[in-house]
Design a protein around this ligand. Structure first.
Ligand SMILES: Nc1ncnc2c1ncn2[C@@H]1O[C@H](COP(=O)(O)OP(=O)(O)OP(=O)(O)O)[C@@H](O)[C@H]1O
Length: 709
């Protein structure tokens, strides 16, 4: 009950005459006003991926790199991107991203970088990384809010054209750009050498030349592109969810990009493109009638320039021919010639129901461009060292009228991340981490390392579980490093999941994402992996799932997780099952090869004795018997000789056929085969040798070596 009120006998509240009302409609009206979109997102920055300084750095770079890739692909240019992250203060960083894309027109620059919800991709149905028109301006707004420094942009649209240089800030009250340099007009930089001098004199950052592809080649000048530089409050930290991880994963899914990266310690890394072929251009489509909701249908009727209903239906939607339009109109009991402007809510409702009731073919699918099985295998192989790779690209499907396509690639085997790092890097990671305990550090830093594996490492290293990672003594770091190299964590390792949407890696909100959920719901036990119900399977497996669509249904504006539409999850499940079956086949074969090799080594061990005994009983030639018995043993254990070619097929195709989309890699040239064939140990070999009739010993060894290789 509010202050200034009393209670009557029947319990109802009665206001005291003297007490003033706390608020009236009039006083409230004085405070009611429009909220600008930038004010809203400045308060709700977490919705856009700026919830903490570490994520803010990643989101900023991600937004700029995604834009660069989109712009280059749209312009048909093979992308080359430069990313430079510099530490400028204890919690301040400068992030610069430059591309060799088409550049941006002068008058567009302030709007693109200084106004939220301004872009070229929102109103079209075409596969691209960006879709909402908020990404880079939100990064700029975050930067200005946290450091007060303007966003700097250089953009150039051609060799002979001037470049434009802007220093901007966003006026969040009105969601408008404010230009700070060139007396509010930006600066024009002339082309050629004059421009290069201007850039140098004014301290403007701009990479002027491509890196030479060959050591003695002359570097070529960059004729067009865009560079954006932002000063922001941030935290740089390697490991899961880091800038480094994002760039590496971007390189996997975009084999046509060359990416130069300088990290805050000055380390330079270049991911060179592995193909000179750009992905095919995705075409733009009109909305499919099944995907349009009633409210949208009403506004489309208002916006159209067509006069007849039939004309509106055929020009506004994909897959609606005049005859389909007639069927829809007939079912809605409306004339095909009815004027669209006369369509009211009732008409629209009938029209909407008629659309759902009419058979309309699925949208065309040339609007989506999958990565493709071959590129997926190449990409994963280049970054994840493993023994077995499988990939599957599903045919396109449709959710809410939007075409989409699912792809999955899987890598099995290889070293875990804990074994891939150097001691110096471990020291740096321990120093950088926020984790409170070593256990937490291990789980948070190394992808796929589960709590069980972390416990095993800690146990072996004898570093206490509650020890703070920043406080480890040099000796303890040595022990931890040693344990990380030696402990077999394959079993305690959980599947490492790489999620992608339109070739962009998704790094946060794993649990909320349809990709993670579908993987956990898939029964991996039937493919030879261990898995507890509803969890990700364990083992040395990396899986990559890609959804390509004209409109990816993200769960939030930060584009971190894919929403769980039934149609999408079904396609994911089918793709996961395809690679799962191939993995199952590989693991079963491997097991069989191993079993047969075990049997053969047992046979070998006793063949000499058996041959001798038979010869003693019936007087036949013991060498002859040994030869024959060996022949039989080899036949019976033929699978131990199975050799797989690099596409994963058995050299004798009757033994294994994975049906394509598979890559099998020899570990250290032939160490994997040695593993698979379970080459007899030295003691087994010498035991077998001593059992053989002496005169045949050398020949037999030669022959066996030949067999096993
Ligand atoms: N490096 C660039 N080169 C050319 N055009 C660019 C570049 N960066 C941005 N743009 C243009 O600016 C627009 C706005 O970019 P922004 O990142 O704000 O949104 P978006 O990419 O359209 O969508 P999203 O918010 O989903 O990222 C883009 O649609 C594109 O037209």
């Amino acid at each position: 009950m509010s202050e200034g009120a009393t209670t009557t006998a029947n319990g109802t509240a009665k206001r005291k005459k003297s007490a003033p009302r706390r608020a009236t409609a009039e006083t409230m009206a004085k405070k009611q006003r429009e909220i600008s979109v930038s004010e809203f997102f400045a308060k709700n920055r977490h919705m856009l991926g700026f919830d903490n300084p570490r994520k803010a750095l990643l989101t900023t770079i991600k937004e700029a790199v995604d834009n660069s890739l989109d712009a280059c692909e749209e312009a048909g240019i093979l992308p080359e991107i430069w990313v430079h992250v510099e530490q400028t203060g204890e919690s301040r960083y400068k992030a610069a991203i430059q591309d060799n894309g088409p550049g941006i027109l002068k008058k567009q620059i302030p709007l693109i970088f200084g106004k939220l919800l301004y872009g070229s991709k929102f109103h079209r149905l075409r596969m691209s990384r960006g879709q909402q028109g908020i990404g880079i301006s939100a990064a700029g707004m975050y930067a200005i809010l946290t450091t007060g420094k303007p966003i700097k942009i250089v953009s150039k649209t051609g060799a002979k054209k001037p470049a434009h240089y802007y220093e901007l800030r966003i006026d969040t009250k009105v969601n408008k750009p404010e230009i700070l340099n060139g007396k509010g007009d930006g600066e024009d930089i002339p082309p050629g050498e004059k421009g290069e001098k201007y850039i140098e004199d004014h301290g403007i950052e701009w990479v002027t030349h491509h890196d030479p592809e060959k050591p003695d080649a002359k570097p070529k000048p960059i004729v067009s592109g865009t560079r954006v530089t932002l000063d922001l409050e941030a935290k740089y930290q390697r490991g899961k969810g880091s800038v480094d991880e994002y760039l590496e994963q971007t390189a996997i899914a975009n084999p046509h990009v060359t990416l130069h990266y300088i990290d805050p310690s000055g380390n330079q890394k270049t991911y060179h493109r592995s193909t000179d072929v750009l992905p095919p251009e995705a075409t733009e489509i009109k909305p499919h009638p099944y995907g349009v909701e009633l409210g949208r249908l009403v506004s489309m009727c208002k916006e159209t320039t067509e006069s007849s209903l039939s004309g509106f239906l055929t020009t506004s939607f994909s897959r609606v021919s005049p005859s389909i339009a007639k069927q829809i109109c007939d079912k809605a009991k409306l004339s095909t010639r009815m004027r669209v402007k006369r369509i009211d809510r009732d008409h629209a409702e009938h029209l909407y129901a008629a659309i759902q009731d009419t058979k309309i073919s699925n949208p065309t699918t040339d609007c989506i461009v999958p990565i493709g099985e071959e590129q997926l295998l190449k990409g994963l192989h280049s970054v994840v060292p493993a023994e077995f790779y499988a990939a599957a690209t599903r045919p396109p499907a449709v959710y809410r009228g939007n075409p989409f396509q699912i792809e999955v690639a899987l890598a099995y085997g290889g070293n875990v991340e804990t074994q891939k790092i150097t001691k110096d890097l471990l020291k740096e990671l321990l120093y950088e981490t926020d984790a409170r305990t070593v256990r937490q550090f291990l789980i948070l830093t190394f992808n796929g390392l589960g709590p069980d594996a972390a416990d095993k490492i800690i146990k072996q290293s004898k570093v206490g579980t509650r020890k703070s990672p920043n406080k480890l003594k040099p000796k303890e770091i040595d022990h931890l490093f040693e344990a990380m190299q030696n402990v077999n964590v394959n079993e305690g390792q959980s599947m490492q999941v790489y999620r992608y949407a339109n070739r962009v890696p998704l790094q946060f909100q794993h649990g909320d994402c349809a990709i993670t959920k579908t993987i956990a719901q898939t029964n991996w036990r039937s493919y030879g992996l261990s898995q507890s119900r509803g969890n990700l399977p364990s083992g040395p497996v990396t899986i990559m799932v890609h959804i390509a669509s004209v409109w990816v249904p993200f769960t939030n504006q930060a584009k971190e997780a894919v929403a769980s539409y039934d149609e999408i999850q079904k396609e994911m499940r089918l793709a996961l099952q395809t690679v799962g079956r191939k993995l199952g086949m590989f693991l079963r074969r491997r097991m069989k090869v191993k079993q047969q090799a075990d049997r053969r080594s047992i046979f070998r061990r006793y063949l000499g004795e058996v041959a001798q005994a038979v010869s003693d009983i019936n007087g036949t030639d013991k060498e002859d018997i040994y030869e024959k018995l060996l022949e039989v043993a080899k036949k019976k254990t033929a699978e131990a000789d199975m050799v797989l070619d690099e596409s994963g097929k058995a050299v004798d195709p009757s033994l294994a056929n994975y049906g394509g989309g598979v890559l099998i890699v020899d570990k250290d040239d032939d160490a994997m085969l040695a593993d698979m064939l379970n080459r007899p140990t030295e003691s087994e070999t010498s035991a077998a040798a001593s059992d053989k009739p002496k005169s045949k010993q050398t020949d037999l060894f030669d022959e066996e070596d030949g067999d096993e290789d």
